[in-house]
Ligand binder design. Structure first.
Ligand code: ADP
Length: 427
């Protein structure tokens, strides 16, 4: 049977759903709809009809393979009759559990289904904003804005869930712009970009925070010469370390032993990230630059879902064509979590001779630029491999500050100016 070609004999439930999908096809009457594209390029769309706070009917379509059909179908079964909040909480894992598993290389189809349903729910929430009597006319206790999401309990959100969300939101709503720095893998210069971007913004006189959530390799303290800092706590939470007009918080400050994070299991890491985000007392900031864990897995995912709304993501990569696969994944990831891609930075692009300053292309360059063109996202610029950058990182000094007149710092500044121009009119 052709349609079963991707599922072997072990995946009985998945095969049944793929063969005879439930709730397939568009709904005539609906109040929430979204269509998104997954990392493999497959699309999935959901329609939901919410009545009296519950999803009365829902349907889906996909142009994907059998596992996508199975995931879409089972997701409609999981969400039917649920509240919008509960439907949004359906995860890749709950879909895979309900299917009794999928071949590993098709597990992403479950993430596509979870995210498509969530996007349809968010579309419904935008059209029909949730309000409960008890929270009408309330203002946020920190920013004082009645439109702040911290001011209102969402429809069917338990008081406990609301208290949790409000705690985080009341911290984040005093930050004007939140930018996350992502990369497909570690070691490509993500933290270097985060540190230099934050420093350049601080040197412009802006109030800047830098949040290092790279749980497996928090390098910001070292790059800023803060590795011996200890955190100060108050009754309200944790105070970031201050360096000039910049506030720094790193998960590294919490790890007595850098190997600690390696033994944390998935849910533990997520719990640590959430607790960490909730506890930091940033105060009022113009920019928060977030150094995310590398890759496109659960850790960056929960980070991007928790820090809401994010203004955008910068994707850092290296020039080789093989890195393009990672960049594409990072772009698809951003699209799935509805975070706008600010652009791609190609780091370690050419080598700056420490004697004459000339840039030599020792490896083929241009992979980042080509992917940006292919994926229709902005290319922000290339930074060469410059021994002075590595040295600054090791010495704990921001390169852009201490080598400001070097040609590499000028290239970096050009990139930062492009990012800054996006938000200048809004400040
Ligand atoms: P990531 O955050 O992606 O793991 P880092 O920013 O920590 O990567 O960079 C890894 C190492 O490479 C660091 O030692 C850093 O100083 C160095 N590095 C990053 N970018 C450059 C560059 N353009 N030239 C020279 N060294 C660099």
């Amino acid at each position: 049977m052709e349609e079963l070609v991707n599922l072997d004999n072990f995946y009985l439930t998945a095969r049944q759903h793929a063969k005879d999908p439930h709730n397939m096809g568009a709904l005539d009457k609906f109040n929430g709809h979204a269509k998104i594209t997954g990392p493999c390029g497959d699309t999935m769309a959901f329609w939901i009809d919410v009545q009296n706070g519950k999803i009365e009917k829902l349907s889906f379509i996909t142009d994907g393979c059998d596992p996508s059909l199975a995931c879409g179908s089972i997701t409609t079964c999981l969400a039917e009759g649920k509240t919008v909040e509960k439907a949004k909480a359906i995860t890749q894992k709950s879909i895979l559990d309900a299917l009794g598993g999928l071949p590993e290389d098709h597990e992403h189809c479950a993430l596509l289904a979870a995210n498509s349903l969530k996007a349809a729910c968010e579309n419904f929430e935008k059209k029909v904003p949730a309000k409960t009597d008890s929270t009408k006319n309330k203002t946020c206790e920190t920013c004082g804005d009645s439109s702040c999401s911290a001011a209102h309990q969402k429809e069917d959100e338990s008081l406990e869930e609301y208290a949790d969300r409000r705690k985080l939101q009341t911290r984040l709503c005093r930050i004007q712009h939140k930018i996350v720095v992502l990369s497909g893998k570690g070691g490509v210069g993500k933290s270097t970009v985060a540190v230099n971007l934050a420093t350049a913004l601080m040197l412009e006189g802006l109030r800047v925070g830098i949040l290092d959530v790279d749980i497996h390799g928090p390098s910001i303290p070292t790059m800023l010469g803060l590795e011996h800092e200890t955190l100060q706590g108050t009754a309200g939470g944790l105070l970031p370390v201050e360096l000039g007009n910049m506030k720094i918080m790193s998960i590294g400050f919490l790890l007595k032993n850098p190997d600690d994070a390696i033994i944390w299991r998935g849910p533990m890491k997520m719990g640590v990230i959430k607790q960490f985000l909730t506890d930091v007392e940033w105060g009022d900031l113009d920019y928060l630059i977030v150094d995310a864990p590398p890759g496109t897995g659960d850790e960056p995912l929960s980070l991007c879902q928790l820090i809401q709304p994010l203004d955008g993501a910068i994707i850092v990569t290296t020039p080789q064509r093989v890195a393009a696969v990672d960049v594409r994944k990072s772009i698809s990831f951003c699209r799935q979590v509805h975070v706008p891609v600010i652009g791609i930075i190609e780091n370690m692009s050419g080598f700056v001779c420490p004697k004459c300053g000339e840039i030599t292309q020792i490896l083929p360059a241009g992979g980042g630029r080509k992917t940006a063109v292919d994926m229709k996202v902005p290319f922000l610029g290339a930074i060469p491999m410059d021994p002075a950058i590595a040295q600054s990182g090791d010495d704990g000094r921001a390169f852009i500050h201490h080598n400001a007149s070097s040609p590499t710092a000028k290239l970096m500044q050009d990139i930062i100016n492009k990012i800054r121009a996006l938000y200048k009119t809004k400040n």
